[in-house]
Every structure is written in C-alpha cells, then in structure tokens.
Design a protein around this ligand. Structure first.
Ligand SMILES: Cc1ncc(COP(=O)(O)O)c(C=O)c1O
Ligand SMILES: C[C@@H](O)[C@H](N)C(=O)O
Length: 358
C-alpha cells in the first residue's frame, strides 16, 4: 500500500491512536541513522533518544521498550520484591484491565482496582479508602500506586497527583505512571513532562500511539531502577539489537508530532461540541484526543453503519483522534452522527477500551 493510501485510510480511523503510522520523515531518519547492538548499549541513536527522554522527564535513566505493555509490566515488577504484595490502580487502568494479566504472572501481585468517586480520576481519599497498609498476615500490602494520565482522554489534575504522591512517600509506597498519552496531557496543559514525572518513581511513555512511531515505549526512573528493569526486559525478550531503526522515529516524533497535539485536541473539542448540539451526551469531558459518546444516548449500531458507509472506522462510543485525523473526516463523522438523530438509543457503556471492539 502506498504511503498516500495509508495516510488516507488512517485519516478516517477513529478506533484508537494505536493505528497511527510513521511520518515519511520518520522512515527517512530510520534509513540513515547510526546503528549498533543496543543490548551492549552500542546503538548511538537509542542512546541519544534515551538521553533526550531523561532531559525531558527529569529522570536520570531511560529504557527503550518495544511496547507500553512491556514498559508498564517490567516497571511495576521492578518495584516489587517478595510476595504477598499488591498494586492499587483505577479499575479502568490499562495495567490491570488490558495487559493480559501480567501483574499476576510476572509480578505475582494482587491488584486493588478502585472506582474513582468522581468517575474521572482517583483522589487521595479514594486511595486511602482502599489502600492496604501494615503487615496483617491476611493481606497483600500495597507496594505501588499505579496511576494513568491521561485515562480515557481525561487529564489527571497535577494537584491531586501531588497529594497522592506525598502521601505515598510518607507510607513507603512507590508511584508508577502509565503515561502512554502523557504527551497529550503536557501538550494540553502547556506544562513540561518534568512537571508531572517529578511525582513518580517510574513513568512509562508510549511513542507508538499519538506520537506516530511504528513501535515503542520508554520507561524512566533512577539509575538503580532502570538497571534492574533492563534485566526484566531482557528476561521478557525485550532486549533488541539495532533499535535505532525505531528510536530514530521516536526522536522525529518529539520534534514533529508532539507540537501538533493541540490541533488534534481542538479537532476533538469541535467533534464533542457538535455531538452535544445534536442532542447526544458524552461520558467524560473532552480534554485531549478522545470523545466518548454516552452509548445510552445513541443508536450505536446505526452509528456504526453510517460510519462504514462513509469509510470511517470506529469501535463503539470511544472516538480517538490523532495526528492523521483530517478536518474532513471529523466533518464526515459528524454527518454520520446527524444521520442517527431520532433513532432509539441501544447502547450500553463499557469503558474499558479492550472491550469496545464488538
Ligand atoms: C493507557 C495505555 N497504556 C498502555 C498501553 C499499552 O501499549 P502497547 O499497546 O504498546 O502495549 C495502551 C494501549 O495500547 C494504553 O492505552
Ligand atoms: C485497547 C488498548 O490496549 C489500546 N491501548 C487503546 O487504547 O486502543
């Protein structure tokens, strides 16, 4: 498939930002980048990328990983030692709901999934209500609090992160952030990655979603943490060789894609507003690149049909916008929604992305 055809296809794909394709400049960079064996730390491009990520996040070490699942799971495993232990996270959290049970197998960890009382993000009060402290032999004490930012496209307020982080540190609990879309959050807030990462012992950032690289994520933390995480990466088969063909794309993404995210967010806000004008409701506010239609206010099957007619791809009520989304595609999905006005709603809301493929 030619690049032009690929770009036209992805422009109309609202299923996820995982479907994004590399920019031509990324593939050009991959073709000419310096290469070496990155298991021996001899791939100059990957060393350069990891150094750049350290500068941006304020962490002393970084580790390129081939997926967000890998970076999350080895990050959480690295914080853990001898079971019984548990991880506290949002009940919708990807580390818990969509990483194939990795916490149970690789980390032998129990999970405390918490429903946020505000339906948007966890508060310190939510955490305190569910955290497991002490050493009662009936329990698996909480060793890590794992947050996600953004989650369902919603920004986790930094003030609340600060409150949770300060309390966690007082109680000797580690903080991990699944920052798969932290690029979107910082672009929306106009803040730095450091501003958010400072409250966490480890952060996983995805390069293959809104950032458009074909593969990859990166885990950051202090030197001892990343040294141990690299061990688990190797154990899980993630020690790859000339990774410069991938990290060269990631370096271009930082310069060429990250700065365009406010435009994507504006497109999402416009789409959300037009849907509200048509009488539909949204499950969460549009704060970054996701629009969640409340499926109890739309005939989701009719909507899917109208999208297919227009060559648009969706799963269900979650609509995800990205670098390749065009204004024309946004106009077309609005027209598809318009064609459903008056149809009796039939949907239900499953807010876990991996279950919205039906
Ligand atoms: C919030 C979040 N974290 C982690 C991941 C995992 O990333 P990957 O698909 O690269 O394993 C995803 C989705 O892919 C995600 O949406
Ligand atoms: C489905 C899930 O794994 C993916 N990260 C998405 O949000 O589309």
């Amino acid at each position: 498939m030619s690049a032009d055809i690929a770009m036209k296809k992805v422009a109309k794909d609202f299923r996820s930002d995982t479907i994004t394709i590399p920019l031509p400049e990324m593939l050009d960079a991959a073709r000419v980048c310096a290469l070496g064996d990155s298991v021996f730390h001899e791939d100059p491009t990957t060393e350069k990328f990891e150094k750049k990520i350290c500068e941006l996040t304020g962490k002393s070490s970084a580790l390129f990983c081939t997926s967000g699942t890998l970076s999350n799971q080895i990050g959480l495993r690295t914080h853990l030692h001898q079971p019984p232990h548990s991880i506290l996270c949002d009940h919708r959290g990807h580390v818990y709901s969509a990483e194939a049970g990795g916490l149970a197998t690789l980390s032998q960890a129990m999970v405390t999934p918490v429903v946020p009382s505000n339906d948007l993000y966890l508060t310190l009060e939510d955490v305190k209500r569910s955290v497991i402290l002490g050493s009662d032999i009936h329990t698996a004490p909480t060793r890590v609090i794992s947050l996600e930012n953004s989650l369902s496209g919603v920004i986790f307020p930094i003030e609340e992160i600060k409150r949770i982080s300060e309390w966690a540190r007082e109680n000797d609990i580690k903080m991990h952030l699944d920052g798969a879309r932290l690029w979107n959050v910082t672009a929306a807030l106009g803040c730095s990655l450091k501003d958010v990462c400072q409250y966490f012992d480890s952060v996983s950032l995805c390069m293959s979603k809104g950032m458009c690289a074909s593969v990859g994520s990166v885990l950051v933390g202090d030197e001892d943490f990343i040294t141990k995480a690299e061990w688990f990466r190797k154990q899980q088969g993630g020690g790859i060789r000339q990774s410069g063909v991938l990290t060269s794309q990631c370096l271009v993404a930082i310069d060429k894609v990250w700065p365009t995210m406010p435009k994507t967010h504006q497109q999402a806000k416009r789409l959300g507003l037009e849907l509200l004008k048509l009488g539909y409701e949204l499950l969460v506010p549009v704060e970054t690149n996701m629009v969640w239609i409340d499926e109890q206010t739309i005939n989701i099957e009719k909507f899917r049909e109208e999208c297919i007619k227009r060559g648009l791809k969706i799963f269900r009520g979650r609509l995800v916008l990205h670098y390749w989304t065009t204004d024309e595609a946004v106009n077309e999905i609005i027209e598809a929604a318009k064609a459903c006005v008056g149809e009796s709603p039939t949907g239900y809301n499953d807010i876990r992305p991996q279950y919205i493929r039906k």
